[in-house]
Write a new protein. Structure first.
Length: 149
């Protein structure tokens, strides 16, 4: 499905989100011949889903991969912020989580977490590489857990 710019610039973000949800639902029905998918996995998706958008779908339909532990470094640039906190002596490690999506960014029900120590020898780049390696496995396990398989 291709998302295009919103045609009515005078509409609000809420209107846009409702229109977007309706377009996604219509396209899914057309392509899959089914009302709703079993699950929608967000990984690297940097768009905040509003309550208006989420209300158009069954609760818990969306899950997200986030490079931080619950309650730590919500939102964008989580790895950068964790590494800075480590350098300042505030934390010894970080982690990755898969969680259900709610309107509050990175605050939904946690499905799975994995802690990752930050090493004294780490650079931001080596930490990112290790975290991405963990993400590749946890997203599969988190998806299976969310589906109950």
């Amino acid at each position: 499905m291709s998302l295009k710019a919103h045609k009515d610039a005078g509409k609000t973000r809420k209107d846009y989100d409702v229109d977007l949800a309706d377009a996604i639902i219509a396209e899914f029905k057309k392509v899959a011949n089914k009302d709703m998918p079993d699950l929608v996995v967000l990984a690297g998706f940097m768009h905040i889903l509003s309550q208006e958008f989420l209300a158009k779908f069954p609760p818990g339909l969306f899950i997200n991969l986030h490079p931080a532990l619950p309650g730590q470094f919500d939102g964008a640039h989580a790895i950068d912020r964790a590494f800075a906190a480590f350098k300042e002596g505030k934390i010894k490690g970080t982690g990755v989580m898969v969680h259900r999506v709610i309107a509050e960014v990175d605050r939904g029900e946690v499905i799975l977490t994995e802690e990752i120590p930050i090493l004294e020898t780490d650079t931001l780049e080596t930490l990112e590489e290790r975290m991405h390696s963990v993400e590749h496995g946890i997203i599969v396990r988190g998806t299976k857990a969310a589906l109950g398989v």
